[in-house]
Design a protein around this ligand. Structure first.
Ligand code: NAP
Length: 301
């Protein structure tokens, strides 16, 4: 196991890693750094890392694992800030939601340093240093995307680290990750952002009515559409190709549903709705969500 872990970026994901290490790996020392001094102060109050440092170089100097937990668009800059201060052989990883562009950014910014990108598929719509909690990664997948030539021993070590925090681990290449996540995460966020925007722009339905009758389905979209704007802008900029590919497929299927409604083709609608209901059941059976109407999220406050 790694002995010293540095976390750069102390928001939802970085803070949760720090708290999870303290809970599950108490022998591992953690240091943390965030660009925002107010976040550093709050991180110190909440104990998001054992030592909160005022400079990135100071945070990573002794670390044998460094995890970049900054927005996707800030990864290259964050890597550049630690480049001269890393221990030789220290593993650099990240938690960004798209992997191809980050792999390129990290390997270019950190020549000669081992880099194994990762993506914990766990999160909430909250962000910042108050959002993290130690159990965020429990029973959630963490996808490792080692670049060609990565040391298998380091991949195993990083996988053990994430398992210790409660994650299940999968290894795949970055390109496949970006395609899978485009359809399971990025397009759903795009749809939620768009539908909530559409509803709030409607002139013939008042905003009061949209809020009052939201339990009809809209409410569940608003949770996703409340996600961090910086994070999601960066995800769509970074994973443009895979998102556009999946968006084409989605728009074709949406067009198919429009035709079915226009033609009064109830069978087509029923077949799709029956298939999708089975997928929801599968997700619950796999322990990836909760059958309760609030998805069990009240448990996290
Ligand atoms: P967050 O709560 O906003 O935290 C990110 C923190 O990083 C912010 O405090 C930010 O400060 C700081 N930061 C920005 N640039 C920095 C730099 N160069 N050096 C040090 N700190 C810097 O965001 P998050 O939700 O934890 O997301 C972090 C990463 O996790 C993103 O790459 C995201 O794609 C990935 N991720 C998120 C989720 C999710 O559900 N939220 C799930 C899986 C993975 P400022 O606010 O001042 O910029």
């Amino acid at each position: 196991m790694f002995e010293r872990v540095a976390v750069i970026g102390l928001g939802l994901i970085g803070g949760s890693i720090g708290l999870a290490v303290a809970e599950h790996l108490p022998g591992v020392a953690t240091t943390g750094y965030d660009v925002d001094p107010a976040v550093r102060r709050r991180a110190a109050e909440r104990g998001l890392a054992g030592t909160i440092c005022d400079a990135p170089a100071e945070a990573v100097r002794e670390a044998d694992l460094v995890i970049l937990c900054v927005p996707v668009g800030a990864m290259r800059e964050a890597a550049g800030e630690i480049a001269g201060a890393l221990k030789p052989g220290a593993l650099v990883s990240d938690v960004g939601s798209s992997k191809r562009s980050i792999t390129r950014a990290l390997t270019e910014a950190l020549p000669g340093q081992p880099v194994i990108p990762a993506h914990p598929v766990a999160g909430t719509e909250h962000s910042g240093p108050d959002a993290g909690f130690a159990t965020l990664f429990h029973h959630r997948w963490c996808i490792l995307t080692p670049p060609a030539g990565a040391d298998p021993a380091l991949v195993t070590q990083l996988a053990s680290f994430w398992r210790a925090l409660g994650s299940r681990v999968e290894v795949m290449d970055a390109e496949h990750h970006d395609l899978v996540l485009a359809v399971t995460s990025h397009i759903p966020h795009l749809i939620a952002y768009t539908i909530v925007g559409t509803a709030s722009d409607l002139e013939e339905v008042t905003r009061g009515e949209v809020i009052k009758y939201s339990a009809g389905g809209f409410r569940d979209f608003t949770r996703i559409a409340a996600s961090d704007p910086t994070m999601w802008r960066d995800v769509f900029l970074a994973n443009r190709d895979a998102v556009l590919e999946m968006l084409e497929r989605f728009l074709a299927d949406l067009e198919g549903m429009r035709e079915a409604i226009k033609a009064g083709d109830g069978d087509t609608m029923f077949d799709l709705f029956a298939r999708t209901r089975a997928i929801r059941r599968g997700i619950i059976e796999l322990g990836q969500d909760d059958a309760r109407p609030d998805f069990g999220r009240a448990d996290h406050g």
